[in-house]
Design a protein. Structure first.
Length: 292
């Protein structure tokens, strides 16, 4: 983990290049860049509004999503949709501007922002949707085609820590489990030839065909969550994110679970592979090497 003073971090353009490079390399290896404060300007009024939300615990309402490119809010179950959209728009705009300045080696695409209002501890969810099980991130409906999933998180709870459990980074997990899970064999078949989904799509049937990489990552996400021996490994460390702090992680490489915490903001981007500093650490390159 790289820790950056929150006051210093408020002006990312002034941060030294060696710190920026070290931070990006730490992220690409599966580490965390942690800010001891929130390096954004979020008003007390907006914080109070977010903390007052009483979101449904239904699975389809676990997060409130904001899509910056469409200026669209989804998943909100409250009474002031316009205000919620304004607050998340302001957060997303600031977070993206900050990431452009801090993550200056990278080219990236803009993804969703979200507000996570529910207490993570003991939250009811289906196994594949549980945040308290260690996993690497994958988008089941939006293929990344090998782009890296980087997330900027902010704990806006005034007094409660956000507690993560972390596991090994993706390269180690893949070397340990890709073959035994059966997913590497499936990846080899899909990478080199048509599978049944492609055959059905070729016949004109409405079957979604995702790239072999994205199918592996989604399957690995689910397989890790279902592996009780892996989940119960006592060597997995606990990391506590203090109230009113922020952090970044590339979550397709940093295996993680959220054990507890409430009221978190998050902005996601997708980093272009050609702009990575350590491309050999990227999951798609690791998979290619294992499958060869």
């Amino acid at each position: 983990m790289i820790v950056i003073d929150g006051v210093q971090a408020q002006h990312p353009a002034d941060l030294p290049e060696d710190l920026i490079r070290a931070s990006c390399e730490e992220l690409e290896r599966g580490g965390i860049v942690y800010f001891t404060g929130i390096p954004l300007q979020i008003s007390e009024q907006d914080l109070g509004f977010l903390r007052a939300q009483k979101q449904s615990d239904a699975a389809y309402h676990k997060n409130i999503a904001y899509r910056p490119l469409q200026d669209r809010l989804t998943g909100y179950a409250g009474e002031d949709e316009q205000r919620m959209q304004q607050v998340l728009r302001a957060f997303s705009t600031q977070a993206l501007d900050y990431m452009r300045q801090f993550l200056r080696p990278y080219q990236f695409d803009v993804e969703y922002a979200s507000f996570r209002p529910l207490q993570e501890a003991n939250r009811k969810a289906k196994q594949n949707a549980r945040n308290d099980l260690i996993h690497v991130d994958s988008f089941p409906t939006r293929p990344t085609h090998g782009k890296r999933i980087l997330r900027f998180f902010t704990n806006i709870h005034p007094s409660m820590k956000r507690v993560w459990k972390t596991g090994p980074a993706f390269p180690e997990l893949a070397r340990r489990y890709a073959e035994s899970s059966g997913l590497l064999q499936q990846y080899r078949r899909q990478r080199t030839g048509r599978d049944w989904r492609e055959a059905l799509a070729g016949m004109g049937l409405p079957v979604k065909v995702h790239p072999a990489y994205d199918q592996f990552m989604h399957g690995f996400h689910n397989w890790l969550k279902a592996n009780s021996e892996f989940q119960n490994d006592p060597s997995h460390p606990i990391t506590e994110m203090a109230p009113l702090t922020s952090w970044m992680a590339i979550t397709d490489t940093a295996s993680h679970a959220v054990l507890s915490g409430q009221y978190a903001l998050e902005q996601t981007i997708l980093i272009h592979p050609e702009s990575l500093l350590l491309p050999e650490q990227a999951p798609n390159r690791v998979l290619e090497a294992l499958a060869s």
